[in-house]
Design a protein around this ligand. Structure first.
Ligand SMILES: *[C@@H]1O[C@H](CO)[C@@H](O)[C@H](O)[C@H]1NC(C)=O
Ligand SMILES: *[C@@H]1O[C@H](CO)[C@@H](O)[C@H](O)[C@H]1NC(C)=O
Ligand SMILES: *[C@@H]1O[C@H](CO)[C@@H](O)[C@H](O)[C@H]1NC(C)=O
Ligand SMILES: *[C@@H]1O[C@H](CO)[C@@H](O)[C@H](O)[C@H]1NC(C)=O
Ligand SMILES: *[C@@H]1O[C@H](CO)[C@@H](O)[C@H](O)[C@H]1NC(C)=O
Ligand SMILES: *[C@@H]1O[C@H](CO)[C@@H](O)[C@H](O)[C@H]1NC(C)=O
Ligand SMILES: *[C@@H]1O[C@H](CO)[C@@H](O)[C@H](O)[C@H]1NC(C)=O
Ligand SMILES: *[C@@H]1O[C@H](CO)[C@@H](O)[C@H](O)[C@H]1NC(C)=O
Ligand SMILES: *[C@@H]1O[C@H](CO)[C@@H](O)[C@H](O)[C@H]1NC(C)=O
Ligand SMILES: *[C@@H]1O[C@H](CO)[C@@H](O)[C@H](O)[C@H]1NC(C)=O
Ligand SMILES: *[C@@H]1O[C@H](CO)[C@@H](O)[C@H](O)[C@H]1NC(C)=O
Ligand SMILES: *[C@@H]1O[C@H](CO)[C@@H](O)[C@H](O)[C@H]1NC(C)=O
Length: 505
């Protein structure tokens, strides 16, 4: 049966179109009824000229997508039989979710504001067959994406046979050659949009060095389907596509298209090519992606796509941008044992074999300094009766957490290759630890800028810790700026808050 269908399909196509691989996924039965018609003057969309009636699909299986090509001044007709016993029908109203994306524009199409493709639909077969566009509803593709909810009012008469009729129409294209086509996908479903686009970027850039990048996704927000797990198990849901500026040209005008995004990227990252883990940072669970092999001093555009499991569809999120650092003076470290919230670039040290060794080195150094503090904290009455505690609102755990965060930021300098207001230049072999009058083997390989710790982290220990410690922080901008800085906004963080991604601050 399947073989027979395939034969019909190939035959019809071979006969009339003379094109191979021109069309659709194998799932959908196709009847290749072909006509050529003259378009009349009152029809919108294509200008007057030859119209190809490319045949129609007898059905679009629920939630699966078809893929097809269309020439300029052409149309393709589809029908979708509505399942009137579906659970989604209520009060005699059927809602059909229509969505589509453009995978490729015709080579000759040079208008990036309009995609030149529209979808017309109706529940009235006569209107559809007569190409009565004026009576049909319509919506356009924009940035390679189109979506619509079609509402059908059911009457007793047609509850048994209601069909959505749909026509995809292309405009004329002055600069197109005869073999230039649109490649598009359309998905129709009674339960959800097969293709989706979200006007928000759930991926936040944490930091970069010259060749690597870390991105977080807040797990509660990534999507409804992924909020249940804090594990690495959901990683196959996501693909990241990283575009360098040159490749980005290929998808101009298609920024919301799921299938276009997957085609033109310089680099694709998925669960097998990125280091993926689930981490608890800044008080929430995050899915963490570590990407490497990037080019230094380059501005990239990153797209995160979510795949909808078995069906063909998926979700495109608003892209994010980042720029890799100029050189390898800084190295991005992550997943430290003790300073677990540290996820940023640090000064590169000589004689380190790899990133984990470097991270381990900084981490054990910080831990070393923490020891004396933890002894001291044990002398404070923490778990005694309420009235013996140092504070009614703050516990020793709060104090320990604030102190640790501060200590990590002091002993693990955040590194940048950029000269930004507030950053402090250190020469090779030196770091802020020189000032602390402590013995330190932190001897950075090259000159670098330090992103100074945010003053808030110092104020937090004064607030959270017992007065016995006599912690104090500098007051006034001038004295603060000697060893800390504060948030000023802007593209790059002006100070370092441990455990916070740069793009969300
Ligand atoms: C229509 O929907 C009902 C309820 O979801 C389902 O049981 C039935 O199989 C569907 N019919 C078709 C032809 O898909
Ligand atoms: C493409 O650009 C040419 C001029 O270079 C213009 O005449 C033509 O209308 C443009 N085509 C589209 C589809 O915008
Ligand atoms: C379908 O559309 C045609 C033409 O617009 C109209 O004459 C006819 O009454 C419509 N049929 C239904 C069932 O609405
Ligand atoms: C996203 O939505 C916000 C608010 O509705 C709007 O201001 C912004 O321009 C939108 N962004 C894009 C890229 O459409
Ligand atoms: C994430 O969810 C929290 C509450 O669950 C909400 O306050 C926050 O605005 C959401 N963030 C985004 C980016 O949607
Ligand atoms: C994480 O995965 C492990 C085993 O793969 C499982 O036992 C655990 O319940 C999962 N945790 C969550 C929060 O899903
Ligand atoms: C993962 O990405 C590589 C390219 O980096 C690609 O070849 C491979 O097909 C992808 N795997 C999946 C499951 O998408
Ligand atoms: C990095 O790029 C900027 C701007 O493109 C350029 O001015 C600078 O010289 C580049 N730095 C290096 C080290 O190539
Ligand atoms: C890093 O280098 C050390 C020392 O050569 C080695 O033992 C360790 O396995 C390396 N780690 C990774 C992740 O390559
Ligand atoms: C810890 O305290 C001891 C005794 O006061 C001191 O000798 C040692 O240097 C301190 N260690 C650190 C890392 O500050
Ligand atoms: C960094 O920028 C500041 C202000 O823009 C400037 O005064 C300073 O000379 C710059 N430092 C370097 C090393 O270029
Ligand atoms: C200190 O810096 C903040 C933030 O940049 C600014 O609002 C404030 O006016 C400054 N105070 C003084 C005394 O310069």
């Amino acid at each position: 049966m399947i073989l027979l269908r395939l034969l019909i399909l190939l035959y019809t196509f071979g006969l009339v179109q003379g094109l191979v691989g021109d069309n659709l996924l194998p799932l959908n039965p196709f009847l290749g009824i072909l006509e050529v018609g003259e378009k009349t003057a009152d029809q919108p969309g294509p200008t007057i000229g030859k119209m190809e009636k490319r045949g129609y699909y007898t059905s679009l299986l629920d939630a699966s997508a078809i893929s097809a090509t269309l020439r300029p001044d052409s149309y393709a007709m589809y029908q979708f039989p509505i399942n009137t016993s579906s659970d989604t029908i209520s009060n005699y109203q059927a809602i059909v979710f229509i969505s589509g994306n453009i995978c490729e524009l015709p080579d000759g199409w040079n208008d990036t504001d309009s995609n030149g493709l529209s979808i017309y639909y109706t529940f009235n077969q006569t209107q559809w067959q007569n190409l009565d566009y004026k009576s049909m509803s319509s919506f356009d593709f924009y940035e390679g994406y189109a979506q619509e909810l079609a509402h059908a009012q059911l009457t007793d008469a047609d509850t048994n046979a209601l069909t959505l009729y749909l026509t995809v129409v292309s405009e004329s294209c002055a600069d197109c050659l005869s073999d230039n086509t649109w490649t598009y996908e359309v998905g129709i479903s009674q339960s959800n949009l097969v293709f989706q686009w979200h006007n928000e970027s759930v991926a936040s850039v944490v930091d970069t060095d010259s060749t690597s990048l870390i991105v977080w996704i807040d797990q509660g927000n990534a999507s409804s389907s992924s909020s249940s797990s804090n594990n690495g198990s959901m990683t196959d849901l996501y693909n990241f596509f990283i575009y360098d500026p040159e490749d980005f040209v290929f998808v101009a005008g298609l920024a919301r298209s799921w299938c276009a995004m997957k085609q033109g990227a310089s680099i694709e990252y998925n669960s097998s090519s990125a280091v993926v883990s689930s981490v608890y940072r800044g008080g929430t669970w995050k899915q963490q992606f570590y990407f490497d092999s990037l080019t230094p001093n380059t501005t990239y555009t990153g797209y995160m796509l979510e795949n909808f499991g078995d069906s063909n569809g998926g979700l495109v999120f608003e892209p994010f941008q980042f720029r890799t650092m100029e050189s390898d003076e800084c190295t991005l470290i992550y997943d430290l044992d003790f300073c677990s919230e540290v996820t940023y670039s640090v000064p590169t040290l000589p004689d380190m074999n790899n990133v984990s060794e470097l991270a381990e080195y900084y981490d054990s150094n910080a831990k070393h300094f923490y020891t004396n503090f933890s002894y001291a904290l044990q002398q404070i009455p923490c778990d005694t009766e309420m009235d013996a505690r140092f504070s009614v609102v703050k516990t020793c755990d709060d104090c320990a957490a604030s102190y640790k965060k501060w200590l990590c930021s002091i002993t693990i300098p955040r590194c940048s290759t950029r000269n930004i207001t507030g950053y402090q230049l250190y020469e090779s072999g030196h770091s802020r630890l020189d000032k602390l009058n402590v013995e330190s083997e932190i001897r950075p390989r090259s000159d670098y800028y330090e992103v100074l710790p945010c003053i808030d982290m110092c104020n937090a220990i004064v607030r959270d810790c017992p007065g016995d410690f006599s912690f104090r922080c500098p007051q006034g901008n001038d004295s603060i700026a000697l060893s800390y800085y504060w948030e000023t906004g802007g593209e790059y963080p002006s100070c370092n808050t441990v455990g916070v991604s740069s793009s969300s601050s």
